[in-house]
Design a protein around this ligand. Structure first.
Ligand SMILES: [Zn+2]
Length: 482
């Protein structure tokens, strides 16, 4: 008899400092069989014993808090789909990011999973996969039998992690085991820009996890960096180790947590961080081309609104760029009213636009820009390019990332042919890193400022590094037994 595994989840990383609420319409909804595209590995013989029962999955770009009514509606949809099954599933796979914030709910993933647990027969196995930028509470770990997370940032092991969550589930089922989890919340917060596993200390903190997952009595060793731009008591780094030998599981979790704690002073920006004007000037003075600049405070892929104009203003006001002696790409400015104007513009026309400052009026205001209309690209999310002096500005209808070389080439823009490329991002995704010969982090205003010590948190569990520095800490794992 195969293992009937219900699958569902809401996947979003949401920041509590963004004024732009995430709405149901921001989520891509997949139901039933169409969800299986998320799990292509299920076709492998290894997973032949799994009979997947995909219910509903919601996925959105990172954003602000999910509006309460929209969250409740998505939760109801998922629970209705569970109730519609002809008989209860044998197991449940909770496929989430792990850093969803919902208005009025401090621990949204735990709330959602509690909804499932209430409907599942007692003893139903639950497995969960998360982004390593999730914030994992003890309440959540108590409700999952198995939980694992990405081991890379940038995340290149997404499918591998989902497969691991289901492999763990199969093992528990075949061995009729009730795994023990040890969780250690680590009082360290790190901004996304410091969390890359391609650099130190991230690389050495994550590299041993695979071997630690193979220790006798241990099934999985996972480490979360956490998500710093959520003002919640669960926001912190976390180690969770799963297995059958309680002592080994506890010892391993505490070892991982201690390793992370000991590295806390070594986390830093991977590249130089500077104020906007300083960063642009130094990038232009640099001997290499192209130089990428991260508009980090307003990075929509970390939860910011993405229409703060500080970096664009800096480009346009730079004399070399304004006069066209140097060139830059700005990716990008979501602005639906500007898209409407540009759709009607004739090629070569001079256009004046009040760009930005609409989605996030808290961290910046609109910037009046006069330039030449270059091109319009119709689509589900229309894009346009305007030229202001030496700056090519990409305007979009909705927020979206520009992580791939093709995202630019499609628009007739090649970052390799420009001096600078400003991207609303933190660390560079692999294709951007491959193009960049230099990189600066711009400390721009926005909902996800990379310097955490400047943020006024109210609900964080204190003390926590780097907001608090004068404290000692010893890891002590909390054990959960199904
Ligand atoms: Zn992440």
């Amino acid at each position: 008899m195969p293992l009937r595994v219900a699958i569902a989840g809401i996947h979003i990383e949401s920041g509590t400092f963004s004024p732009l609420a995430s709405l149901r319409g921001d989520f891509l909804t997949t139901r039933g069989a169409e969800m299986l595209a998320r799990y292509p590995f299920l076709a492998d013989p290894e997973f032949a014993d799994i009979d997947p029962l995909p219910l509903v999955h919601f996925r959105a770009l990172p954003g602000g808090c999910v509006r309460r009514a929209d969250y409740e509606g998505m939760k109801r949809d998922i629970l209705d789909a569970l109730a519609d099954l002809s008989e209860p599933p044998d197991a449940f796979y909770f496929d989430v990011h792990g850093a969803m914030a919902v208005e009025g709910i401090a621990d949204a993933e735990a709330d959602l999973l509690a909804g499932f647990r209430a409907m599942l027969p007692a003893g139903t196995l639950v497995t969960c996969s998360q982004d390593l930028h999730g914030n994992v509470s003890a309440e959540l770990v108590a409700m999952t039998d198995l939980i694992t997370a990405y081991r890379t940032a940038p995340h290149v092991d997404v499918l591998e992690t989902r497969a691991r969550a289901l492999r763990l589930l199969l093992r528990a089922w075949r061995e009729e085991a009730r795994p023990v989890r040890a969780r250690v919340g680590i009082p360290v917060l790190v901004s996304g820009e410091m969390s890359s596993t391609t650099a130190e200390p991230g690389a050495s903190l994550y590299a041993p996890l695979a071997a630690e997952s193979d220790l006798p009595g241990v099934w999985d060793a996972s480490l979360w960096v956490g998500y710093a731009w959520a003002d919640q008591s669960r926001a912190m780094a976390c180690a969770v180790v799963t297995g059958t030998d309680a002592a080994a599981v506890k010892r391993t979790a505490e070892g991982i947590a201690r390793r992370y704690w000991n590295a806390r002073e070594r986390f830093g920006f991977l590249t130089e961080a500077c104020a906007v004007d300083d960063g642009i000037r130094r990038a232009l003075e640099s001997p290499v081309r192209p130089v990428f600049l991260s508009d980090a405070g307003d990075n929509p892929t970390a939860g910011a609104a993405g229409d703060v104009t500080a970096a664009l203003r800096g480009l346009i006001e730079n004399p070399d760029l304004r006069e066209g002696r140097a060139t830059a790409i700005f990716a990008s400015m979501p602005d639906a009213p500007a898209i409407t104007v540009l759709r009607a513009a004739a090629p070569g026309a001079t256009v004046t636009l009040d760009l930005g400052g609409k989605l996030d009026p808290v961290h910046g205001s609109a910037l009046t820009v006069t330039g030449e209309f270059v091109s319009f690209h119709e689509g589900a999310n229309p894009e346009a390019v305007i030229r202001v002096g030496g700056v090519r500005v990409i305007v979009t209808g909705k927020r979206r990332p520009y992580h791939l070389r093709q995202d630019y080439l499609r628009l007739g823009l090649d970052p390799l042919e420009h001096d600078l490329c400003v991207v609303k991002i933190g660390y560079l995704e692999p294709e951007l890193a491959a193009m960049a010969r230099g990189h600066f982090l711009l400390l721009t205003p926005g909902a996800v400022p990379p310097v955490l010590t400047g943020i006024s948190y109210q609900y964080l569990r204190r003390p926590i590094h780097p907001l608090d520095r004068d404290f000692t800490w010893q890891p002590e794992a909390e054990l959960f037994i199904s």
